[in-house]
Ligand binder design. Sequence first.
Ligand code: ACO
Length: 379
Amino acid sequence: MASEEKVELKRGLRDVYIDRTKSSFIDGKVGKLLYRGINIDDLAQKSTFEETIYLLLYTELPTESQLKAFQAELIANRALPEDILSIIEIVKDSHPMDVLRTGVSALSAFDPETEDISTEATIRKGVRLTAQAPTIVAAHARIRKGKDPIAPSTSLNQAANFLYMLFGEEPDPRDARLIDKDFILHAEHGINASSFGARVTASTQADLHCAVTTGIGVLKGPAHGGAAEEVMKMALDIGDEDKAEDYVRNLLKDGGRVMGFGHRVYRATDPRAFHLKDDAKELGERKGQPKWFSILESVTKVMEPYTRRGICQNVDFFSGAIYYLLGIPDDLFISIFAMGRIPGWTVQVVEQFENNILLRPRLQYVGEMDVPYVPIEDR
Ligand code: ACO
């Protein structure tokens, strides 16, 4: 007979607060997001990814000289040890997220402070991983096509350098700005699934490389970081805005989910989606391919009854179209999210270490009790 124990189950930890944070604030009812108190709208429009990383890691916006020194620190840490490039070559047939996860994990063997879990060392490692991650992703994207990796730029910012290492030429500044904004919008988001995973790892006092490796693994799933790739696959499947209505209705009728819609916390449109929406529209027009945005608009129209129920566009609804229009292969989309999120994981890990408690919830046992052990010859 199963246990009679009465417990209050909080499946999925829905609406459970597990700690306090000073890194980001989300109001899911009105669709508001702040990093260190600053509205994401201001950061998306006026800031850069470098400045936003600084804000998250060091708690306030940098002065001009602080920002210059910080940019130099990022640039100085971009190159990968040769052995990491050899590892990428060995695992090159894996999904880019698996390669990124493996690369970050392997970097622990080369970092001078891997096991130091002090705040200062954790932040320094977070900066190094933020600098190194785009190099892993871009190197893999080239190695798997039989091309040589491109050494990181010593002058471009994070976003432009990623596109440069991926395509082998300096990007149009407008394209680089789109990735820069995308990184800002993905940088931090409280105790989302991957940050929770990173915090669980940190709660055992494992180090940042372990926590970021966990975060990358958790992010990979389509319910979290994988949605951008799925949204663009859906748009390609639909193919024409006139077909969107039937496609979405059939999908929903069969119990499917429209990717890029819905969020555990937001009941209003994800504030990050507004910025990417305008960008996806403008980029589509600039590249002479406005149809993808039109398809997404048609999907949005069919989803209106869901939107009224609080299942609204999330950050990934438009990001996939932007990456696609920039010529980025679809299996790299989640890795772009991961590159942007490393500062957020770092901040969450720092907060976990600073007031640590082992994250160890319970499961209610509902199986058989006191089952006799039957010797193998009697089974
Ligand atoms: N399409 C259709 N219906 C949906 C969707 C969707 N995208 N999202 C939620 N619903 C419905 C569910 O079917 C469920 O309906 P029911 O109550 O009639 O059974 C109801 O809304 C609640 O859904 P839950 O799964 O309980 O909500 P939860 O908070 O657990 O899920 C999640 C959130 C996983 C993001 C979900 O909305 C989803 O699967 N969305 C699509 C994937 C996606 O876009 N993920 C990216 C999230 S943003 C990010 O990680 C950066």
